[in-house]
Design a protein. Structure first.
Length: 143
């Protein structure tokens, strides 16, 4: 359990660092194409960290979904069924997971797209809700 706790702590620190970097770029009135691409990269790293945390929690509970084409959806569904996150948060996270897949696959990605900005601007709130729910889950599983 200590190893899991250390791994999750490190993952949360990384996500928080990228979230702060994201906030820094978003605080600027205008930003360059390179900075817009950085926003997308920060979102990618944050989403990956959130996935890793959920996957670790599910692995600990013995309910880790098999890797498949629908793994991201299965991950969120399993996290909801195990009480790690609420269903409404899973719906929000599915938008980020879809962005992550789109970005990783490089399917005509445009970093200054309005949907990327929407996701970026809302990330701090999503991360706050996510952290609270995941932390609560781990508090209850330690008892």
């Amino acid at each position: 359990m200590a190893e899991l706790s250390e791994r999750l702590g490190a993952e949360k620190e990384n996500v928080e660092r990228f979230r702060l970097d994201l906030e820094d770029v978003l605080s600027r009135e205008e930003y360059s194409l390179v900075e817009a691409a950085a926003v997308a990269a920060f979102l990618l790293r944050i989403c990956s960290g959130m996935e890793n945390i959920l996957a670790s929690a599910l692995e600990q509970s013995g309910a880790s979904p098999a890797r498949s084409a629908s793994w991201h959806k299965d991950l969120l569904n399993a996290a909801v069924s195990k009480g790690i996150i609420k269903e409404w948060l899973a719906v929000e996270l599915s938008e980020y997971m879809a962005f992550r897949q789109f970005f990783v696959r490089g399917r005509g990605f445009v970093p200054e797209d309005a949907s990327v900005k929407y996701l970026a601007v809302n990330m701090s709130n999503v991360w706050s809700d996510y952290s609270k729910q995941v932390d609560e889950y781990f508090k209850t599983t330690k008892k």
